[in-house]
Design a protein around this ligand. Structure first.
Ligand code: MG
Length: 371
């Protein structure tokens, strides 16, 4: 049985928060590592835990059988305990939970190498120039035969167990102990995505990586056209004999955009955040509400990536004002102009917009981020 040994014993101290259980775009590092081991071919998991994560791991859903075992004081001790818990395995796939973006294809290659050669250790060639510097001593090393090892590292179970039983001292990876007792480990191509989340910079990298998965929200709003009101669309006051009726300035375009942004971020809707029963919002400039919405999204570690909107309006002609609307929205959302689109259409005299009873707007927003 191919058994993944997932090391979740690392402390949270270095980053000041628990890097293993903090969500990254919906799944934390432990969940991501669990999923990539299973996708790569593991038929059973052994979760090696610290006291802090034990209750969490025991409750963690898993689509293959999973055992939880307590780790030791060092990585070497933790793996040794994991190996004991993995009794009956044919191949073990030892993996650091903090390398949670490792592609499943690398896991597969590691397992296949262990099957054929006894071992499969992820490694990437060193591309930077490597120097040994110590006081005045300075030496450039030949990088052509230098590699950085990563995890997973897969082995035939009996051999890696023997290595751990017989090797002297601790090591920072399993390949070093295998080398001491069994033989030269077989390297398989690793990936820069297998980066270990250790420092604040690693965490920032992970967040950027997660930002590539956008969430999409839609918004729609409509306001009645009436005499004695200003017509404000996208923050632009447009000369017209009527304006839109509403508690705020009734900027229907901004309202649809606010709802699209809130929708993408799953933060409710405009009525919930800025209720029209609240006197504080009487006559308020809707751009103020949009900027508050943007702040709210940013506080949740998300940011808006793009906005597209359509105004449904028979009269007046909006084309001369569209670019100013885009500029206002781009400014409020902290976006480049090319990421903000505003369009306008008539409804050819049909519907309430076409009859001049109202103006409506619909919007789509994409939001990227961590939640
Ligand atoms: Mg409205």
């Amino acid at each position: 049985m191919i058994t993944g040994i997932l090391l979740c014993a690392g402390g949270a101290s270095r980053m000041g928060f628990d890097k293993l259980t903090t969500p990254l775009a919906g799944r934390n590092a432990i969940e991501r590592s669990r999923d990539l081991l299973i996708a790569g071919g593991c038929e059973r998991l052994v979760l090696v835990t610290s006291e802090a994560h034990e209750a969490y791991l025991r409750a963690l859903p898993c689509s293959v059988p999973a055992l939880v075992t307590r780790g030791g004081d060092t990585r070497t001790q933790s793996v040794f305990r994991g190996l004991h818990a993995a009794a009956g395995a044919s191949i073990v796939v030892i993996h650091d939970a903090a390398r949670c973006f490792t592609p499943a294809s690398c896991v597969k290659a590691s397992i296949e190498s262990a099957r054929q050669c006894g071992s499969g250790v992820l490694a990437v060639p060193v591309v930077d120039t490597v120097v040994r510097a110590n006081g005045d001593a300075y030496e450039t090393l030949d990088r052509s035969n230098l590699y950085r090892t990563q995890t997973p590292q897969s082995f035939r179970y009996d051999e890696i167990l023997t290595a751990y039983e017989q090797a002297d001292g601790a090591a920072t990876d399993d390949a070093a102990l295998y080398r001491q007792v069994i033989g030269t480990p077989h390297l398989v191509p690793g990936s820069e995505l297998a980066r270990k989340l250790t420092t604040a910079e690693d965490w920032a990298w992970a967040k950027e990586l997660c930002m590539t998965y956008p969430k999409i929200g839609t918004g729609f709003d409509t306001h009645r056209l009436t005499e004695g009101r200003k017509l404000i669309l996208g923050g632009v006051e447009i000369p017209f004999e009527k304006g839109l009726l509403g508690h705020s300035d009734a900027d229907v375009l901004i309202h649809a955009i606010i709802d699209a942004v809130l929708g993408a971020a799953a933060l409710g809707d405009i009525g919930k955040l800025f209720p029209d029963s609240d006197e504080a919002y009487r006559g308020i400039d809707s751009r103020v509400l949009l900027r508050r919405t943007v702040e709210l999204v940013q506080k949740r570690d998300m940011r808006i990536a793009s906005i597209d909107a359509t105004i449904l309006c028979q009269r007046p002609k909006l084309r001369p004002y569209i670019d100013t609307m885009r500029q206002n929205i781009a400014e409020d959302c902290g976006l480049a102009l090319e990421n903000v689109s505003v369009k306008a259409t008539t409804t050819e005299g049909m519907n309430d917009e076409g009859k001049g009873l109202c103006i409506s707007a619909q919007a789509v927003a994409t939001v990227v981020g961590m939640a």
